[in-house]
Write a protein that binds this ligand. Structure first.
Ligand code: FES
Ligand code: FE
Length: 444
């Protein structure tokens, strides 16, 4: 049964998301509600096409706190199941990834096929179940799966709109990374994971919305990577006024996109960006032909963003997902993502670069994680939990534009935070998907 929807949500998320009660980062009842009301009905990333190339390839992940098993089927489709034995419920598959024709439960030995059917039951006959067990009723619980440009998302709620409608015009931005070239993108080098002692939203909001922190939190790391050149790019973000030079923050249905790298992309962070920029420049004409001039700019200029609620990215570089593990704990799973036709030596370099920067002990990651756990320390304390967090930068300055989707602010602002928490509040108080609005699609 669904948890009760949150009453009094307007006291938790106030003034269009500009002020958010710190209880939402610590309160156990709110957390329980969001497992149902957010994770029980949003589309959540479960796999990329390139992670499961062959029939029988599988990986394990989470939707909310529910373990999930994702398997490439014989017909090439991808299906997802609760990773729980349907007999008494223990975790069925403990491996992170692999290839298998069937999955055997470690407890009593029930065996499930890759399509979720219950294949074999020890003592099914006269010395146990007396042939009275209807195996057709006891397969794995299947979860709805849909895909967009090689990204597979799953949803527990049969009443949810299609994935394409859920993404809406946000797909216009996603295409700049997932459809830039015919070759597509590739998830490389396995999954890096780490646990953090903070609420999952503290980790998620940092990448969906927070470009403001970069110069302060990462001052040393940016300096090490780029010296004066790095600080200069950061300063320009605040100074320029032209959108194509400055960039945007865009929010649509809680999804967020921030672009202001001025065409250099993450490659600007390399000590020697020359080989990367040479590659990008070689591709540039193809980007323009494929996506048009305006979207091609986003390929090299996007900093970070995310699909609500927990699928996040730094384009050209890394994707990650934040899994909730209690009101005050989360797990971050992260992957290196590159264009598939990137030369092999640059692919290897990108995996190493990602690990050094945003890997579990990366220079940038440790800065962020330290701040996230410092937030958790105060929002879990008695007095600290009673205050609001401040997301009011640029309040009232965001605008709709005819040429770009979403609500846009051209400066560094909290626009994407506000959109994110407004969306969170909509999910928390809605009885069903019928009460959850979708922004009308304007661009194709
Ligand atoms: Fe899985 Fe019994 S709990 S076979
Ligand atoms: Fe950061």
């Amino acid at each position: 049964m669904r948890q009760a929807t949150m009453k009094g949500i307007e006291t938790l998320v106030r003034e269009s998301g500009a002020y958010v009660s710190r209880r939402v980062f610590s309160d156990a009842d709110i957390y329980k509600n969001e497992l149902e009301n957010v994770f029980g009905r949003t589309w959540q990333f479960v796999a990329h096409d390139t992670q499961l190339p062959k029939s029988g390839d599988f990986l394990t992940t989470f939707m909310g706190e529910d373990p999930v098993l994702v398997i490439r089927q014989e017909d090439g489709s991808i299906r997802a199941f609760l990773n729980a034995c349907s007999h008494r419920g223990p975790l069925l598959c403990m491996a992170e990834e692999g290839n298998a024709k069937s999955f055997s439960c470690p407890y009593h030995g029930w065996v499930f096929g890759a399509d979720g059917t219950l294949l074999n039951v020890p003592r099914e006959g006269g010395d146990g179940y007396h042939h009275q067990l209807d195996k057709g009723q006891w397969g794995l619980q299947s979860i709805r799966v849909e895909s967009y440009k090689g990204l597979y998302f799953a949803n527990f709620d049969p009443a949810a709109p299609s994935l394409r409608d859920y993404l809406g015009d946000f797909a216009w931005y996603l295409d700049a990374i997932f459809d830039p070239l015919p070759a597509g993108v590739e998830f490389l080098g396995g999954t890096m994971r780490q646990r953090l002692k903070c609420n999952w939203k503290i980790a998620a909001e940092n990448i969906v919305a927070d470009t403001y922190h970069v110069l302060a939190a990462h001052a040393v790391a940016v300096g090490v990577c780029m010296g004066d050149r790095g600080m200069q790019i950061g300063i320009e973000v605040g100074e320029k006024t032209d959108v194509d030079a400055l960039g945007i923050s865009a929010t649509i249905d809680g999804h967020g996109w921030n672009a202001n790298f001025d065409g250099q992309g993450i490659f600007g962070l390399f000590k020697d960006p020359a080989p990367w920029l040479a590659y990008v420049n070689r591709q540039r004409q193809r980007y323009i032909e494929h996506l048009g001039e305006r979207r091609a700019w986003f390929v090299g200029s996007s900093i970070d963003g995310g699909v609500f609620p927990n699928f996040l990215f730094v384009p050209g570089f890394t994707f990650r997902q934040i899994h909730p593990k209690g009101p005050n704990e989360c797990e971050i799973a992260m992957w290196t993502v590159v264009e598939r036709d990137l030369p092999p030596d640059l692919k290897r370099e990108m995996v190493r670069f990602n690990a050094r920067m945003l890997g579990t002990s990366g220079m940038f990651e440790t800065d962020d994680c330290a701040n996230m756990e410092r937030i958790a320390m105060t929002v879990n304390a008695t007095q600290g939990s009673r205050r609001d967090s401040h997301y009011a930068m640029g309040l009232g300055r965001e605008r709709e534009r005819s040429d770009l989707p979403g609500l846009i602010d051209q400066r560094v602002s909290d626009t994407c935070f506000r959109g994110y928490y407004r969306r969170w509040a909509e999910f928390m108080q809605a009885e069903s998907w019928r009460e959850i609005p979708l922004a009308p699609r304007k661009l194709t």
